[in-house]
Design a protein around this ligand. Sequence first.
Ligand code: SAH
Length: 252
Amino acid sequence: MITFVGAGPGAEDLITVRGQNKLKEADVVIYAGSLVNPALLKMCREECEIYNSAEMTLEEVMEVMIKGESSGKKVVRLHTGDPCLYGAIKEQMDELDRRKIPFEDCPGVSSFCGAAAALKAEYTLPGISQSVVITRMAGRTPVPEKESIRSFAAHQATMVLFLSTGMLEKLSEELVAGGYQEETPAAIVYKATWPEEKVMHCTVGTLAETAEREKVTKTALIVVGNVLNTEYERSKLYDPAFTTEFRKGKEV
Ligand code: SAH
């Protein structure tokens, strides 16, 4: 069996129990070495074959996976965070489908959740924003024109930007062009949940200078939006006057 496993955002104990069991049982592990915490590999059996996909092509990854599976081995493909975001899993899964090789997918804690924890933030605050836009600046991988940063910024929803730390000047410009104020709160979260995690509060207008001052060039998420401010409305869910399926509200 082949299992895609989300390794979580970094901290060794932020993989799921299911993912951990898969790693403990694995005969072959191919891990995304650029971001997966190598400490997770301590869970693997001594005989487990370990490959770092950062040094491999898709073809090489597939070869290791398929060879392992066809000789009855348990193969784990370990991706950072949750594999569903910027994980390049689809091309692997499609190749397995073409060859009629079964596989499963075990979710993980994405780094955007790790960043929220580091910020002690709630991305969806009543009266501020009830949506989260997960996106990135165009880099070597282009972003469709309809998904431009400025078009998303126009919604004033909470935004979490992956893979964009090297382009913060341009990011600020786009956010402002879309309608965010320069003073809108923002944060840079470097290596969320890793021992070396760093949280930098700033504003839309000071993203680039903050990253430069703190020497952050990669492995960071940018969070933008007024949810990082202190003003918001209380939730309806826990309002004494609000009736839910589980609790009858009373006037106070
Ligand atoms: N699938 C992953 C994302 C892979 S793309 C997930 O769910 O988190 C890689 C990008 O994710 C990095 O460039 C960085 O922007 C972000 N990233 C991954 N781990 C991170 C972490 N611990 N802290 C901050 N950003 C992280």
